[in-house]
Design a protein around this ligand. Sequence first.
Ligand code: IPE
Ligand code: IPE
Ligand code: MG
Length: 240
Amino acid sequence: MLPADLDPSRIPRHIACVMDGNGRWAKQQGLSRTEGHKAGERALFDVLEGADEIGIDWFTVYAFSTENWRRPKDEVRFLINFNEQILLERRDELNERNVRILFSGRRDWRVPKRLIRRMDESLELTQDNTGLTFTIAFNYGGRAELVDAVRCIVESGTPAEKVTEKVIARHLYNPEMPDPDLMIRTSGEYRISNFLLWELAYSELVFSEVLWPDFRREHLYAAIKEYQDRDRRFGGVAGE
Ligand code: IPE
Ligand code: IPE
Ligand code: MG
């Protein structure tokens, strides 16, 4: 199943993805922004299936940021309902594919109880699955995640000298999640936009010009190829 140009011994364990460009895609087609989000669903499930097929263990997507509340009310409402609908419609098929669904993000008063319920149901339904772990970052902000971690650490009464990188990592939303090896952002935007600030410290970043609704597994494989051609040094020296 592996594309011939990919090295099976260097498949990233964790890929994180900023699905961007839905609004611009819709505009190009003369459609409303919400139609762009709808078209993004096909991209997401094609890429997810493609990731699963080549043995990616962790796949994380940015679905809604802590800054996305700034968007027009109607778009925000659409995105909330759309995420709920996707969970309802897709969780059984994901479950059958042995996918474990996780969430990342702040569960504050702005996230409707109904959506939280769908999240908890999806978590529970898939908790024992042993295949790909699919994490949906909703109402997620990298800075908020660090603030929440620090709050927990302070509340637990940990003395300052005991606060280490390991302690911080243990207080992130999903402590067992390995750092992404590869972060992909679509739509030709070259920024992080508050995604996984701590976790991306040594990730390889690949930027694609393709708008998210047009992104398919072939583009994912091309990004992995680019990743495999990089030299990850982690601050060390090449070839040592
Ligand atoms: C990404 O597409 C989806 C979300 C942020 C929810 P955008 O809606 O940001 O699309 P552009 O960037 O405006 O084209
Ligand atoms: C990042 O995209 C958030 C998601 C994809 C959910 P944005 O479109 O919100 O980011 P900016 O505003 O271009 O930085
Ligand atoms: Mg955008």
